[in-house]
Design a protein around this ligand. Structure first.
Ligand code: G3H
Ligand code: ZN
Length: 284
């Protein structure tokens, strides 16, 4: 079923689990992620970023993903990832997304607060929860020109209080698009942040987080854990292997089942580490 972000985050802080948000780019990976979540009876978040939206449009992604969500046997959130401006978020709300992120992390503090406040006002009028970011989770590729800045706990407190966001992305040692699980999580910083604010935290760049740390993270106030690169690699590597092994095949439909299975297995691994199936026991 299609649910809102708040619905699945409600118990995540008091119980030791987090809900994974997987970046999806089309039908195949979205369906594979849902298959994984259904197998484990866990809630899941389908996240669409700028690359996916530029490729398919939010209107088409929104209608396809909400349809998939409604047909699923588990709770599915359809989420706008790293929404860059007011109009992008407004469009997500119009086409039926059940959660939105506004990312003003590259802006000066006051400007990020002001823009986030406007987004929260609009999204809450639609009764849709908002995630925003304070500090900045950078990218492995410096050419992207994105700032990389650990979250200042006091700024996080002021930001959460003034914007009234429903979930807060904070930078605690990860980077986007890491291909190895070598991030060094700053637990001291997490402690400091969660001693000041109660809002559910969001971890970005979680492909780079070692398995042991994913297991630890669920015991903190992180309720949503974003994973993109791990399943993109699973899909892409499987496609490459198959094409090399079968140079005469040109119908992509013939190649998809194995790649979807690779995504499903990777998603299953992450859902297990995050203990997300626990959600079902908690709501009973
Ligand atoms: O917002 C999406 C994520 O932060 C995904 O990051 O691709 O490094 O796992 P990742
Ligand atoms: Zn991210």
């Amino acid at each position: 079923m299609l649910v809102k972000l708040n619905d699945v985050l409600k118990h995540a802080l008091t119980k030791n689990y987090a809900v994974p948000a997987f970046n999806v780019f089309g039908y195949e990976d979205a369906k594979a992620v849902i298959n994984a979540a259904e197998e484990l009876n866990a809630p899941v978040i389908l996240a669409t970023n700028k690359v996916a939206i530029n490729h398919m449009s939010m209107e088409i992604l929104g209608s396809m993903l909400t349809t998939l969500a409604k047909k699923a046997t588990i709770p599915v959130v359809v989420h706008l990832d790293h929404g860059s401006d007011y109009e992008t978020v407004a469009q997500a709300l119009r086409v039926g997304y059940s959660s939105v992120m506004y990312d003003g992390s590259q802006l000066p503090f006051e400007e990020n607060i002001k823009n986030t406040q406007e987004i929260v006002k609009m999204a809450h009028a639609f009764n849709i929860p908002v995630e925003a970011e304070i500090g900045s989770v950078g990218y492995t590729d410096p050419k992207m020109g994105m700032k990389e800045m650990l979250t200042n706990p006091e700024e996080a407190k002021v930001f959460a209080e003034r914007t009234k966001v429903d979930a807060l992305a904070v930078a605690v040692g990860t980077l986007h698009r890491m291909e190895q699980q070598t991030a060094e999580i700053r637990y001291d910083l997490i402690e400091d942040i969660q001693s000041r604010i109660q809002v559910p935290l969001v971890l970005h760049g979680s492909t780079g987080v070692p398995d042991e740390d994913l297991k630890q993270i669920v015991k903190t106030n992180f309720g949503k854990v974003n994973i993109g690169t791990a399943i993109r690699m699973a899909f892409g590597q499987s496609m490459r292997q198959q094409m090399e092994a079968n140079p005469d095949v040109y119908d992509r439909i013939e190649l998809f089942p194995k790649s979807m299975e690779a995504v499903k297995q990777e998603a299953i691994k992450k859902i297990r580490l995050l203990n997300a199936s626990l959600y079902q026991e908690v709501i009973r």
